[in-house]
Design a protein around this ligand. Sequence first.
Ligand SMILES: [Fe+2]
Length: 264
Amino acid sequence: MTALDIRPLGPNIGAEVYGIDLAHELPDETIAAIRAAWLEHLVLFFPGQSLTPETQLAFATRFGTTTEAHPVEKSKADNEKIHAIDSIKDRTDFWHTDVTFMAEPPSASMLYAVQLPPVGGDTMWTSTRAAYERLAKPLQRFCTELTAIHYSEYYAQVVASGGGQSWNGKPVTEMPPVEHPVVRIHPETERPNLFVNPGFTVGIKDFPAAQGHAFLKVLYDHMIRPEFVCVTGGPRERSPSGTTAPRCTTASSTTAKTAGSCTA
Ligand SMILES: [Fe+2]
């Protein structure tokens, strides 16, 4: 087995991975090494890959049971687990964690950049784990007592008009608000992270709306401090690349790009 060449992008989040071809079936120990790097760095970038939807999905499946691509956005016609994103028309330039408006969000998303603009096309990723760990201790304790409300008015309206897809094998026919703890413990690392995001968290349970919004803003301003953020995904060499990011991150695209993705 070729040793993985893992190059961290900073102390808190992000690493590039070289010396690997994701289009080929990889031995279990290589997958285990990628998983360990992923849990440490939270988002991994694989520059210079050449994937088809089939090989991308095969790679994603090594990390868990793959979900449908999205509960509302339409999948590729020939594969319900792949969603083609066109940033010219899709909403991507806002901070969000994928699909937290569902009771069971995916544990990860796997992106593959197909077409990039001459400049830009990057995605910003922030470590909600580092953000939690750097909160003042009284604020950490306070957050562990809180439950957040997650909801997407936009997607709920699409679903209400019959535009739902399916999720975890069930048709999506309604999309009520759901609750998630503000602090979640990662099941593998057992490290806590802040599980709120400006895209889909609409309030704090039992808080008046204004107080909930004000407190969430305190957390959001903290979560996107520069030391918690890495900016990449539009690779420097402008070639296709893969990205995988788990539940301890939020992301925001900086400029238009086109990507295929699947969730795992
Ligand atoms: Fe996303």
